[in-house]
Design a protein. Structure first.
Length: 308
């Protein structure tokens, strides 16, 4: 009897050991899969941010790294007195506030149109999505030609209707709005595809039942489509906001921040201070403040959407 009990105990202990070893192997396998991502996160996100915080307290010329000098909060004192910083912040926020709802609404409308059983709808999908997969630099150069105040296609079309030629990118009042229009046209196709995937996941039975109850298309949109797309809408708003806040390529290629700093954004200001003027310390200080602004916007959006 004692031998049987010993064998049972040994067998149980062996099984427990085997389970622990299996769990350990699974853990090692799991960690080995996430290790590359963690290393990339540390090297390309965490480490640069820590260096930016460090350099923000220094006077650091990129061409003279041996002459780096600790200056404390001098960069931040200069930053909060810099009118160009506030102008760049305003331009960034203006672009974000306008682009996010407009681009998302346009994308949703396009998705609703493409989702219907229309002829050549696949061709429409390709047409709407093509600008997304085209280089933003190429798109920007194309629109510079379209916005040309003398021979541009847009001004030529306006002339046919008796509308005087517009300066567009040469006007401090029109430049940012011109970039906004181009940005919405270029990126709406990406959000459209996301909305389209969400629309196709909504059960058709809901629409059939509502039709039997006498609901029209507008009521179906309000009480079925929009609520069913809530998580998709949150995702689209989030990624659109992130893309809008870090606006850089369009003003860099099309206007270089002008005219009269009307299109200069925080991302462009950081680049110019860091790489054109070689003032890496001041650029790092702007980057830290920029990061904090993005964090505040992200948490505010999360709280607002959660409350909704």
């Amino acid at each position: 009897m004692q031998n049987v009990s010993t064998q049972v105990h040994t067998s149980t202990k062996s099984k427990a050991t085997s389970i622990r070893l299996q769990k350990r192997r699974e853990s090692i396998t799991g960690y080995s899969f996430i290790l590359p991502a963690v290393l990339l996160l540390i090297v390309f996100l965490l480490l640069p941010f820590l260096l930016a915080v460090l350099f923000g307290f220094t006077k650091f010329n990129l061409l003279r790294p041996d002459q780096i000098k600790f200056t404390g909060l001098d960069n931040y004192v200069i930053l909060f007195k810099d009118k160009l910083f506030y102008k760049s912040l305003y331009n960034t926020m203006y672009f974000t506030v306008v682009v996010v709802p407009v681009q998302s609404a346009v994308a949703l409308i396009l998705a609703l149109l493409v989702n219907n059983q229309l002829k050549l709808r696949n061709a429409f999908r390709i047409a709407y999505f093509s600008p997304v997969i085209t280089s933003m630099t190429v798109i920007a150069i194309l629109w510079i030609s379209l916005y040309n105040s003398n021979e541009g296609l847009i001004n030529s079309a306006l002339h046919l209707f008796g509308i005087p030629k517009q300066p567009f990118l040469r006007s401090a009042d029109q430049a940012m709005n011109s970039i906004i229009f181009m940005s919405v046209w270029q990126a709406a196709g990406y959000q459209m595809m996301i909305f389209l995937a969400g629309l196709q996941s909504i059960p058709k039975d809901l629409y059939e039942a509502s039709s039997m109850d006498g609901a029209n298309k507008l009521q179906q949109l309000k009480y079925i489509t929009i609520p069913s797309l809530y998580n998709v809408i949150v995702f689209v708003l989030t990624i659109t906001t992130i893309q809008a806040v870090k606006l850089f390529t369009q003003p860099y290629v099309m206007t270089n921040g002008g005219p009269e700093n009307s299109t200069r954004t925080l991302a462009l200001l950081i680049y110019q201070q860091g790489f054109q003027f070689r003032n890496a310390g001041y650029a790092s200080a702007i980057s830290v403040i920029f990061f904090l602004i993005v964090v505040v916007i992200s948490f505010s959006m999360k709280k607002f959407l959660k409350d909704r």
